[in-house]
Design a protein around this ligand. Sequence first.
Ligand code: GRF
Length: 197
Amino acid sequence: MTKRVAILISGGGSNMVALADSMVGDHPARPCLVLANSDQAGGLEKAASRGIPTAVVDHRPFGGDRAAFEAALNTALAPAAPDILCLAGFMRVLTEGFISGWQGRMLNIHPSLLPKYRGLHTHARALAAGDAEHGCTVHEVTPALDDGPILGQAKVPVLPGDTPDSLAARVLTQEHRLYPAVLRRFAAGDRSPIFLT
Ligand code: GRF
């Protein structure tokens, strides 16, 4: 049975594009919705041009009421009946209440080699630490931020003269390889981790 995948974005959606473009042929999943928390998210147009239904739930009218925002997310998701959620550059922290409704069926990509550098500014932190390598991680989403079971990682070298932007660009290229590879395996029911070099 083909799995239905909703992809949540906040920005340009380059990971969403990589995921959507990978779900073809004998892939066990297909995109059913791209949901953004802002109507300015550049990924919305990229999704629409691929014929993927889109929706927007702007978090700002909800102020600090995260539960109300998340209820609106679920209302927007329901008609698409997703089996899997992929957070792809989605920049809102989700509460345990929302996550508990999707746990085991929700993935995220984080731009570091978890458990190193949970949270923000991962590339600057890797540079500041003098790390020789860096990378990205796809993990199952659990209530603890950037902390769920690891489903895949991809490594990149840190090069002399790297800036946070040059390192981020090198990592992003690997994100676009890793996330589709993990989703394909996950949608087939295989949670064994993938490590790309
Ligand atoms: C990426 O660095 C990703 O690791 C992080 O959000 C950034 C932008 O992703 N989660 P995208 O281009 O919007 O997919």
